[in-house]
Design a protein around this ligand. Structure first.
Ligand code: TA6
Length: 310
């Protein structure tokens, strides 16, 4: 029997479970067997499975599932800072905080979540947060799973009538790949990028696709709103569509850095690739009452190893 979106009551497609630390996780399901799992620890998507139950996001076997450390894998939310800065931890505090479920969010401008299973989460600054980052914000995150199995994250960050503030942002997306040396990224050709391995020096991408044979840690600037990650061995392509996120971070630690990371197996770099929708080069500035929206949708489509089919 086919499942039309109208038939599927997406409000019933949610289940709340507890993790080993007693923190709630919300499980979204679609009638075809797809699922996504979001932890209130960090508002982090920690699992996304297709209708065959295959895991599409990478999770390290050595992940530390203990606040305030973000779990290595899934999609950590990097806010109010992507990268390092002196006053707050790397990639900001949002991924290390306990979020709440927002039962009555302001409506989204588009009917983006029609026929999808979704959950709305909310993060507001604690007294402790305000000490390190003295800005009154409301961060609403909607995670949804479509009938087509696509995963969508919509972040709305509002300046709650404090003084103007600026932030950088990233969906730190750990994709599961079969073998990093058999993966390529299309859509970033000719883009400029900062190379974090060369003191953020600016270069221009020369290749016709990005392939991997060593550590890579780059921020592609002003990138197109559609990027494809082709996994040759599994004959599948992640298609990442984004709005409000001009930059794309591409990161694989490779062998040396993996060995130095306590929450990543020595060889696990072969099965993961971070391709993050982000706003880094030009931080977002919000005046009192203003709101910013950053939307990322990831689809997985069957693919042959050529770009014409994308
Ligand atoms: O560019 C991505 C990056 O900033 C890398 O430099 C590396 O540090 C990665 O994020 C992982 O950061 P995390 O804080 O998640 O360990």
């Amino acid at each position: 029997m086919g499942h039309s979106a109208a038939v599927w009551d997406s409000r019933l497609a949610l289940e709340t479970v507890k993790d080993w630390n007693g923190i709630d996780q919300i499980v979204l399901r679609n009638p075809l067997g797809g699922s996504a799992r979001v932890s209130l620890h960090g508002g982090q998507v920690i699992s996304w499975r297709n209708e065959r139950g295959e895991e599409l996001l990478f999770t390290s076997s050595k992940a530390i599932f203990k606040p305030p450390k973000a779990m290595r894998g899934g999609i950590p939310i990097c806010f109010p800072q992507f990268g390092n800065c002196d006053s707050i931890e790397q990639h900001g505090f949002a991924r290390n905080k306990i979020w709440t479920v927002d039962d009555d969010p302001p409506p989204l401008p588009t009917n983006d979540s029609q026929g999808k299973a979704y959950v709305d989460l909310l993060l507001k600054p604690s007294e402790e947060d305000l000490k390190v980052w003295p800005h009154s914000f409301e961060f609403r995150l909607r995670v949804s799973l479509g009938m087509d199995g696509n995963l969508t994250l919509i972040s709305r960050i509002r300046n709650v009538n404090g003084k103007p503030f600026s932030f950088s942002f990233g969906y730190h997306s750990h994709l599961s790949v079969s073998d990093i040396s058999e993966v390529r990224i299309e859509g970033l050709e000719t883009m400029d990028y900062f190379d974090n391995l060369s003191k953020r020096e600016r270069f221009t991408e020369q290749g016709d696709a990005i392939t991997f044979e060593s550590e890579i840690d780059r921020v592609y600037l002003g990138s197109p709103n559609c990027v494809a990650v082709l996994d040759h061995e599994r004959k599948r392509t992640y298609v990442i569509k984004k709005e409000g996120l001009p930059d794309v971070v591409v990161w694989n630690p490779w062998d040396k850095k993996s060995k130095a990371m306590s929450d990543l197996g020595d060889d696990e770099y072969k099965q993961m690739l971070c391709v993050d929708g982000a706003a880094i080069e030009k931080p977002i500035t919000l005046k009192p009452g203003e709101e910013w929206t950053g939307r990322m949708e990831i689809a997985v489509v069957p693919s042959s190893f050529c770009s014409e089919d994308l």
